[in-house]
Write a protein of this length. Structure first.
Length: 94
């Protein structure tokens, strides 16, 4: 895990826009590769990259992730199951 990112957890929206929690530093691995992702509602989106984090990272969909000064939105949270537990979590970013 060689990339450091700032994660701001999505907390909802208000009349002024989206509301995020306090920034938290998270280590992980970033792969800047585009990929087509199908959302739960059936719509499709092109994600700009994948950020892989430890299984104890508390990151939800719509959270804001900033890597090297660029802000991304978490479109999908994909836990990768190992033999007995979750091995890591892939965050698909747009």
């Amino acid at each position: 895990m060689n990339t450091t990112a700032t994660v701001e957890a999505y907390q909802g929206s208000s009349s002024l826009g989206d509301v995020y929690g306090d920034p938290v530093v998270v280590k992980g691995r970033f792969e800047g590769k585009r990929r087509l992702v199908k959302r739960p509602d059936g719509s499709e989106i092109i994600c700009s990259g994948t950020f892989t984090v430890r299984p104890d990272a508390n990151v939800t969909m719509k959270s804001r992730v900033t890597i090297s000064g660029r802000a991304y939105t978490v479109e999908e949270v994909l836990p990768a199951e190992g033999l007995a537990r979750t091995d890591h979590i892939d965050l698909l970013l747009s």
